[in-house]
Design a protein around this ligand. Structure first.
Ligand code: NZQ
Ligand code: ZN
Length: 385
């Protein structure tokens, strides 16, 4: 096991009806800005429930945070915060709204050009407004982590930042709030959570048996409940398991003390920035060929994954790895997330642009060994056509 420092201050309030606890969670004298996405929070009644729970507090609303939240929109929210002496933020939505709120929390107190936060990956953040979240879409883990991914539309750039200043103070997880999700978003959530586990698990053996078993447990759970979450949208226990699994997949726990990869995510971000694919769609395309291209350095873990997660016992190590990769692809397809560039009207002509973008963003030495180059990424995309 590697040395590590583990810190996670986010309180989780989990269960049906837990939005009412906002009455205690948000400071009584706070001037609150509630941030949300398009129309779903209003349409489903969640926004009303939130404002009711906030009672007599001074509350303003900021809607319109788009999927893959944009710097441009979020800077409008920063202006609202500054002009109204807002001192507490509340995100109501999925990963995009929570990520956006993290950025607003930091940018509102940032001196200088707030885009620098992204250019420096968050290392220049020295303070942030306190905020909480009400999660409506299990997928990203943003509700219990210190990461955020922001898109600057004008530059076609989608970049991550991390800072301990942007852990949510609390997150309310009510599985009932996920019943209204379209199937596409449920499937996206299953795939995103699955790939988060893989980025922290499928590297090389690091003598970290408990992290491995946690990771395998999360993968098994997703394989088991993913299809059920789609087939029975109002099965409370299934939605509850999906919600907690997605949080645990990226709240720092399984990644403590082990090597981490994240190359699939970084390449995927370019696909979203340039071509607008959903985050999970990009991961479903990239992960299978990413694993295949790097089979030699990942073989130990691929065989372990094959045996323990997919119960593949026959064949050579190489055959086990191959079958596990194909089972992974088939799983993504089975929940309805397509795994080929062609499924999203992308072809070989688009690959140069994606590789250029990767280079422009300095994503030239990716993966747990820092040895995944733009040329590898090109081969991965070619194999994913
Ligand atoms: O905008 P509205 O109308 O609210 O609709 C949203 C949106 O269109 C809808 N939705 C959310 N909750 C709903 C609902 N519709 C009906 N009922 C509900 N209960 O779902 C759509 C997608 O929402 P979004 O927040 O974009 O999805 P997701 O949670 O998958 O977040 C994706 C974003 O998170 C980033 C991604 O890059 C992407 O920008 N990520 C953040 C991470 C982190 N902070 O740690 C890690 C991830 O790897 C990921 O990169
Ligand atoms: Zn992700």
């Amino acid at each position: 096991m590697q040395d590590f420092s583990f810190y996670n201050p986010t309180r989780i309030e989990f269960g049906a009806g837990k939005i009412a606890t906002l009455a205690q969670l948000v400071p009584a004298n706070a001037r609150v800005l509630v941030l949300f996405g398009g129309e779903s929070a209003r349409r489903t009644g969640t926004l009303d429930e939130v404002t009711t729970a906030l009672g007599e507090r001074e509350v303003q609303l900021f809607g319109g945070i788009e999927p893959n939240p944009s710097f441009e929109t979020l800077m409008e929210a920063v202006a609202v915060v500054r002009n109204n002496d807002i001192d507490f933020l509340l995100a109501v939505g999925g990963g995009s709204v929570i990520d956006g709120t993290k950025f607003v929390a930091a940018a509102a107190l940032f001196d200088g050009d707030a885009w620098d936060i992204l250019l420096q990956g968050g290392q220049n953040i020295e303070r942030a407004l306190p905020f909480g979240s009400v999660l409506t879409l299990p997928a990203t883990g943003s509700e219990m982590n210190k990461g955020s991914v922001i898109t600057r539309k004008a530059l076609q750039a989608k970049l991550p930042f991390m800072s301990e200043w942007v852990y949510p103070r609390f997150s309310v997880l009510d599985p009932v709030k996920t019943y209204t999700l379209p199937a596409r978003q449920v499937a996206n959530g299953v795939v995103d959570a699955f790939v988060h586990v893989m980025e922290q698990y499928l590297t090389y053996p690091a003598q970290a048996p408990v992290q491995d078993r946690f990771a395998e447990g999360l993968l098994h759970t997703l394989i088991e409940i993913g299809p059920k979450a789609l087939a029975e949208p109002e099965d409370y226990q299934t939605r509850a398991s999906l919600m907690w699994t997605a949080t645990l997949a990226l709240n720092g726990l399984i990644g403590a003390g082990v090597p981490q990869d994240w190359a699939t995510h970084m390449l995927g971000h370019e696909l979203t920035a340039l071509h607008g694919l959903d985050h999970a769609q990009t991961l479903a395309i990239v992960l299978p060929e990413m694993l295949r291209q790097r089979k030699a350095t990942k073989l130990g873990k691929l065989v372990q994954y094959a045996e323990r997660v997919w119960n593949i016992r026959e064949g050579s190590d190489d055959e086990k790895a191959e079958s596990a990769i194909e089972r992974t692809r088939a799983f993504f397809e089975s929940v309805g997330v397509k795994t080929r560039l062609g499924d999203y009207s992308l072809n070989a002509e688009h690959i140069d642009g994606i590789i250029d973008s990767l280079q422009r963003h300095g994503m030239v030495a990716l993966g747990e060994h820092g040895d995944v180059t733009p040329e590898h990424c090109r081969q991965i995309l070619l194999a994913s056509l």
